[in-house]
Ligand binder design. Structure first.
Ligand SMILES: [Cu+2]
Length: 314
């Protein structure tokens, strides 16, 4: 019973596990009971023991019993499911809000102060509300240890909330098949005591670092890792969903622009356009529409840092 062995780390664990155990117990009881009755009937009423079959005309009492008991059972199951589900539908007003952007194939977490991460950092014992947004197809955000799961649907506002109750690191998955690298949409949730979280949250040196402290190439690589470019682009020359980044800068590439095929030089301008309007120039041999625009998600400075890093991939 995986769910019982799974860590229990949010306010929803009790309600969900209770519903699960009750449903499981009822199913288990009937599985054993029906199997036992079947085996008994096979022996008791076989041809040798019961050569002459009895004709049974029907029984009102029996019919009432087997209608009333299952109805009550189903209503009990419904009640526990409902009771565990309803609190998930309204997030407390004072929730700490985090925007989640899902795309093929990663989740990015964006905080109100501008911090952006690929691990979800949350404070312990405080309600957290995730605003879910998808840029391409349907994804689903699933945190087993918190017993929460919600589809992330393009063009629709969805949310999910929870109060983490235990410090620690837990798994976070995409639970809706969303294409080739779906199984790589695995991230982590880190639950920290409030004070530690505050220190992490207000520490903007990491942010500053990506802008000026460490070298622009390092910053570029980190941004690309965090935002998930390497899910589709390799750095070693192998072809994934998109072309490899190896040796891309300064080389010529054949692209389709509109209906027209042309050869262009990969320079700053071209890369910037590839990031902001990926479908303007489509590289020959690759599919249009897979890469969605990073307009609004990556600033000009960040794009420059990405370009600096791409230049190093000879
Ligand atoms: Cu997904």
């Amino acid at each position: 019973m995986y769910i019982l062995a799974s860590p229990q780390a949010s306010n929803f664990v009790e309600g969900v596990d209770k519903a699960f155990i009750i449903i499981f117990a009822v199913c288990f009881f009937f599985l054993i009971g029906l199997t036992a009755a079947m085996i008994y009937f096979i022996f008791r009423y076989n041809k040798k023991r019961n050569p002459k079959a009895t004709q049974i005309e029907g029984s009102t009492t029996l019919e009432i019993v087997w209608t009333v008991i299952p109805t009550i059972l189903v209503l009990v199951l419904f009640y526990y499911g409902w009771a565990g589900w309803i609190p998930m539908k309204t997030a407390p007003k004072d929730s700490f809000e985090i925007d989640v952007v899902a795309r093929m194939w990663n989740f990015t977490f964006q905080y109100e102060n501008g911090k952006r991460t690929d691990t979800l950092f949350v404070p312990q014992d405080k309600p957290v509300k995730l605003n879910l947004k998808s840029l391409d197809v349907v994804h689903s955000l699933y945190i087993p240890a918190f017993r929460v799961k919600e589809d992330v649907v393009p063009g629709r506002e969805k949310f999910l909330w929870f109060t983490p109750t235990n410090e620690g690191i837990y798994d976070l998955f995409c639970a809706e098949y969303c294409g080739l690298q779906h199984s790589y949409m695995i991230n982590l949730v880190k639950v920290m005591p409030q004070e530690e979280f505050n220190t992490w949250y207000t520490d903007t040196t990491q942010q500053a670092a990506s802008e000026n402290i460490d070298s622009p190439t390092e910053a570029g690589k980190r941004i690309m890792t965090n935002i998930g470019c390497f899910a589709c682009h390799s750095q070693d020359g192998s072809k994934l969903v998109g072309p490899s980044f190896k040796g891309i800068y300064g080389h010529e590439v054949t692209v389709k622009t509109g209906g027209e095929t042309r050869t262009v030089m990969v320079d700053d301008e071209y890369i910037k356009r590839s990031i902001y309007e990926p479908n303007a120039d489509v590289v020959e041999g690759f599919n249009k529409g897979l890469m969605v625009s990073y307009q609004g998600q990556l600033t000009d400075t960040e794009v420059e840092q990405i370009i600096e890093y791409l230049k190093t991939l000879k």
